[in-house]
Design a protein around this ligand. Structure first.
Ligand SMILES: Cc1ncc(C[n+]2csc(CCOP(=O)(O)OP(=O)(O)O)c2C)c(N)n1
Ligand SMILES: [Mg+2]
Length: 323
């Protein structure tokens, strides 16, 4: 395939891979939503439909031994960091074959082997651990970077400020990725954030910051690559604010009475990162159908895998308890 060079070093071939991965995350989350509504999945569920370009743009810029910590909206990050859809789906079904051995569910997805230090139900919970991981990389002189994902609402939490403060003081190789979707549950940005430009949060700590359009995977990838290079090179941490859209409710089943009725439909028309990438790539109908069929097969396969999985037994309850 001819490689058309676009902005920066992102080839058309790589962009197609991004497209496939974003579509896989979308179809996976749609399926999860469907199975949850059918009563098959235990627990509570947040999907990140609309935010796929941030997960893929950042995770594709990582090296294999870099690590991440995620949030309550973690499926996309987990898939993009390399967890197999089967293992993720099995986890959501509470099966032993799941990435957290069925103990965690949607908000506690771990895959340490693949550098995923875990999702966090506690808003802002991932950031301190990421500073610790980055400090370890620095002490061991390893060229690795630790990356925390978190939302705009999390920038109001104490751990965000403690983490940025120490990370900059110790000049650790960390990148803080804010998924700025303008909501914290049902509270809009103007009611929960004292400033418009969240990248300015970094100024208080003397930290480098960038703000990018989070619906453009190429832009996210370029900015993340630069931030990772900065951190890996020993120049200290970076705050990367990605402006994005939650094209869904806060949780599955959220009636969204706090949102203007036509807003979602309008945003889905104008702000879908997958549609934007599809338009840029000039994909033919055939291309789209082929990729679609491929990802749907993977997603359907993951449901079959999960349903055939093993239920944990009561005597397993205290296994894997470390403290
Ligand atoms: C410490 C803490 N406070 C409150 C909550 C309840 N809560 C869950 S998600 C959420 C909103 C978080 O907003 P944001 O960080 O912007 O993430 P988003 O849901 O938009 O992805 C809140 C307040 C929590 N889980 N943890
Ligand atoms: Mg938010």
């Amino acid at each position: 395939m001819a490689q058309v060079e676009r902005k920066g070093a992102v080839s058309e071939e790589l962009l197609r891979e991004f497209y496939r991965e974003m579509l896989l995350i979308r179809r996976f989350e749609e399926k999860v939503e469907e199975r949850f509504r059918a009563g098959e999945l235990p627990g509570f569920l947040h999907v990140a439909i609309g935010q796929e370009a941030v997960a893929v743009g950042v995770c594709r810029a990582l090296q294999d031994d870099d690590v991440i910590a995620s949030t309550h909206r973690a499926h996309g990050h987990t898939l993009a960091k390399g967890t197999h859809p089967n293992e993720l789906m099995a986890e959501l079904y509470g099966k032993v074959e799941g990435c957290s051995k069925g103990y965690g569910g949607s908000m506690h997805l771990y895959d340490v082997e693949r550098g995923n230090l875990g999702a966090n139900a506690v808003v802002g919970g991932g950031l301190p651990g990421i500073v610790g991981a980055a400090l370890a990389f620095k002490f061991r002189d390893e060229p690795r970077v630790a990356v925390a994902f978190f939302g705009d609402g999390a920038t109001n939490i104490g751990t965000f400020h403690e983490a940025l403060n120490l990370a900059q003081l110790w000049l650790v190789p960390a990148v803080f990725v804010c998924e700025n979707n303008g909501w914290a549950e049902s509270t809009p940005a103007h009611q929960q954030l004292p400033i418009d430009d969240l990248s300015k949060r970094a100024e208080a700590y003397g930290m480098k910051a960038r703000r990018v359009g989070g619906q453009d995977v190429e832009e996210v990838f370029a900015a993340a690559s630069e931030a990772l290079e900065h951190a890996r090179g020993g120049d200290g941490p970076v705050l990367l604010v990605c402006d994005t859209f939650r094209l869904t409710g806060h949780y599955v089943g959220d009636p969204q009475v706090y949102r203007p009725r036509d807003e979602l439909a309008r945003l889905r028309e104008t702000e879908d990162p997958i549609e934007k990438l599809s338009a840029r790539l000039d994909l033919t109908d055939e291309d789209v159908q082929e990729i679609e069929a491929e990802v749907v097969e993977i997603v359907e396969g993951s449901v079959e895998f999960a349903k055939a999985g093993t239920d944990p037994q009561p005597e397993d309850a205290l296994k894997n308890v470390y403290a």
